[in-house]
Write a protein that binds this ligand. Sequence first.
Ligand code: ASP
Length: 332
Amino acid sequence: MREKPAVTFLATGGTIASTRAAGSQGIRPTMTAQDLLGTVPQAADVAEVTAIQVNQQPSASFGFAELLRICALARQQVADGAQGVVIAQGTDSIEETAYFFDLLWDWDAPLVVTGAMRNPSQPGGEGSANLLAAIQTAASAAARGLGVLVLLNEQIHAARFVRKSHTFAASAFASPIAGPLGWVVEGIPIFHTRVPRHPRLEPTAAMPAVALVKSVLDDDGRLLRALPGLGYSGVVIEGMGGGHVPMSVLPAVGELVAAMPVILCSRAGAGEVMRHTYGFPGAEIELIRDGVVPGGALDGLKARLLLTVLLSCGASREEIAAEFSARGYLAN
Ligand code: ASP
């Protein structure tokens, strides 16, 4: 009989692990990695699973130091022989954590991030189904070489595209640009699409502060103007539509470009930032001419993470522009 692949399961809390203690008002993460693994005895059919409790916390409170520690632990598991790694966490920040891990992940072994929208005490709580499907995906040869994947609701998403798009629905996770890469069908992960990988980034210094600012009507730019004084090293502006800001903030954007890298994304929720279409003041052609870097299909959350990691790698302005072009756009 062939040996089953080794999969490491790292548990960090989240709704998937949350229960309500008697007398308390709301749910909190309490179930351990072993408790969670105990809910999916079927996992033993596809993998030898090692469960590790990493921490127990709401995912909104992850910091970069903690994420680097979790990523290093996951990488070490693969170096020690795991053929895949599953991380269970709160869903609030999965779209950020998974992309952060993806920037740092160069193994062929899949890293699959999962969670749950309904807690285990709710009817239809889907945490164990997600965990089982995540383990099946982490153990699967078909998932190798795809980087970091996000699995919820039987769908397998690429970290670079996935977004949380609903506050409570089990179908909250979507990849508006590409759709899910694949599905887990009757326990078998299948992929309809594969995405190109990019080289691993290696943060060498502390993570600098990068701000994310959404463009809004009648903005006078005072928030943007305050950023250098607040110690920020970079900023991502989520512009309107194809990548447009109000004319009234252009002086502030000019000051910022002189002080730090400025990335332009769209608040629209899907689609790439335009580069060659609109010629009015505040639109992409002039912004790019004046030194703003277009972020392509990356949304503001993901662009902020990419800029943070690039700055911590010591990337120059030219290297930052080249990385956003390569990672944000499919055609250059
Ligand atoms: N609502 C969250 C979840 O889905 C809580 C969190 O992100 O920790 O797990």
